[in-house]
Design a protein around this ligand. Structure first.
Ligand code: TXA
Ligand code: MG
Length: 348
């Protein structure tokens, strides 16, 4: 039932775009690449189609979806108003990995917003995504195209692994650029609030806005989350993961190697998700997955989810993850790693 089609990310073949768009128009589901992760798309103005997304992913009904548009002007009918700070963000970062939350209009179906009076909107940079939205002629509602609770997919193969049989078509445009989901900013608060860190960094947002609140889930990880998606187990790999985040940070490698050796001595099958530098120090018998060199956090971000998915096919008993510093996109990497670890963190 699920068809997979290769498509050129730089010059998307219009015949394939038209086939995918007609599936969307008829209420079906199409997974497509964006510059962040693959999305599971449906007609964003069709309540029934949007509900199919929740069924396919096994997604809780109270976790709202993002509406994807192809042109900034398409935001108008979807919202009550666009405050000045939202316009500044859109001008600075669209098309790109930024989602803004605004007050919704009546046009947006309840399934999309999970009954909230706000709606999340994003204009992706990916040409495949924008051509698909244009051809469908409607905003496309799309969460990440993983089964609920699993790492987000950055390849078409990861979408297939999680969702085959549950959607109509997968557009295979290769590996996603950023590799982590978009930055989500709530523009309905007096000072805009960062709900989810991503490729548009906190530093970049501050340069445009001058001030930015951090949602409680980012500053204090024990209190109730505001972004509905934040409260669920997320990005979990096949085995339990423990994040090693030592103070001072220079001790992280030492602590990680100690924990790895203890687990090996206890007879466990051990996985490790680390920088290239740390991978070179791992003892024999450890199944390693490498983010990338410590100096290149963009590359590390791009590989996080594939690293977590590495253990789907080679089972281990425990996975140790290496923390990274939180400057720039490091904040987003650490946000996803903490969730993937279910907040099991060893800090020394
Ligand atoms: O990069 C991305 O954003 C990808 C690609 C496909 O665009 N999509 C994505 O969607 O990551 P999803 O559903 O996995 O994450 C959407 C996030 C969730 O944390 C959700 O709770 C939040 O956005 N969100 C959606 N609508 C919201 C709203 N009205 N208020 C607050 N948070 C909202
Ligand atoms: Mg998701």
């Amino acid at each position: 039932k699920t068809e997979i089609r290769k498509i050129n990310p730089l010059q998307p073949e219009q015949t394939i775009i038209m086939q995918a768009a007609s599936i969307i128009s008829n209420g079906g589901l199409v997974a497509f690449p964006t510059e962040t992760v693959y999305g599971l798309g449906a007609n964003g103005l069709d309540d029934v189609a949007a509900r199919r997304i929740f069924a396919a992913k096994g997604r809780p009904a109270d976790n709202p979806l993002i509406l994807h548009i192809a042109d900034q002007a398409e935001i108008r009918p979807l919202v009550k108003s666009v405050p000045a700070n939202a316009i500044a963000l859109m001008n600075a970062f669209w098309p790109g990995p930024l989602t803004v939350v605004l007050e919704r209009s009546e046009l947006v179906p309840d399934a999309v917003t999970a009954g909230l009076d706000t709606v999340a909107i994003r204009l992706p940079r990916s040409l495949i995504a924008r051509r698909l939205i244009q051809a469908a002629g409607v905003p496309i509602a799309a969460p990440s195209a993983n089964a609920s609770g699993r790492p987000s997919p950055t390849t078409a193969q990861a979408v297939w692994f999680d969702l085959v049989g549950k959607l109509d078509m997968i557009l295979d445009g290769g590996q996603c650029d950023v590799g982590l989901e978009s930055t989500v900013v709530d523009c309905t608060t007096p000072v805009p609030t960062l709900l989810r860190p991503g490729g548009i960094t906190r530093e970049m947002l501050l340069a445009v806005l001058g001030e930015l609140e951090l949602d409680r889930n980012l500053s204090d990880q024990t209190s109730a989350p505001r972004s509905p998606g934040m409260k669920y187990t997320h990005y979990a790999p096949a085995a339990p993961m423990i994040l090693i985040d030592a103070l001072p940070p220079a001790d992280t490698v030492k602590l990680l190697l100690r924990e790895v050796n203890l687990a090996l001595a206890a007879g466990k099958r051990v996985g490790a998700v680390t920088s290239a530098e740390t991978a070179a120090l791992l003892p024999k018998g450890v199944l390693g997955a490498v983010y990338g060199p410590r100096g290149d956090k963009e590359q590390m971000a791009g590989n996080v989810y594939e690293c977590l998915r590495r253990f789907d096919k080679s089972p281990v008993d425990v996975i140790f993850g290496e923390a990274v510093d939180e400057a720039g996109i490091g904040l987003a990497i650490m946000n996803r790693l903490r969730k993937a670890a279910g907040y099991r963190i060893i800090s020394g």
